[in-house]
Write a protein that binds this ligand. Sequence first.
Ligand code: TYD
Length: 219
Amino acid sequence: MSEQETRGAERSGLFITLEGGDGSGKSTQAALLEGWLTEQGRTVVRTREPGGTPAGVEIREIVLHHRGDISPRAEALLYAADRAHHIEALVRPALARGEVVLQDRYLDSSVAYQGAGRVLDPVQIRDLSLWAAEGLLPDLTILLDLDEAAARARLDTSRTRYDRLEAEKSDFHARVRAAYLDLAAAEPDRFLVVDAARSVDEIAAGIVAGLRQRLGARL
Ligand code: TYD
């Protein structure tokens, strides 16, 4: 075994999730963070929900692009089904290998979008997600916080068409943002809240500083 492999084997898996409203810049920051973690010698598995597995890609297509109506509870179950399969098939095996799973969206998205956005019971939605994922919680959740108007302006410049969730009205997205901030306040040890109104470089620096502070030796 090379020195690199030996160190890799000694390191424990880390589960880091990125959350935030549509247009908050998660994808850009995920790419930068993946680069930084790789520079630290970590093996990174970058993934997302919905759609992190082949079955999940099919679920994603329904939940984001189905043309007709989907009832709120059916929508919640579709996200939960994607999650159940993704965690078992991809995330847990990577964590067991000692890798870093860097994941765009996880159960907090369901609580914010289906719980607050669709006005279902947030506690039930969280319980459903935890059942689906057999209780797996992230080591750290990075919340990119951006007000609704600024997020919409960013989306308008980057999208030619909106998916089912993005197309929701501004009060939906305002509820999503408020729910995320409530979640972060309720679990301050798990959440790192980052002001996403700043420049890409400033946000990335804030994330790295937060990661060092929160995860320290585990990195
Ligand atoms: P995606 O294109 O991945 O959006 P983004 O780039 O903003 O992450 O689409 C995912 C959409 O699905 C997004 O609008 C949030 C929504 N969503 C839920 O409503 N519930 C969930 O549990 C998850 C994971 C995502």
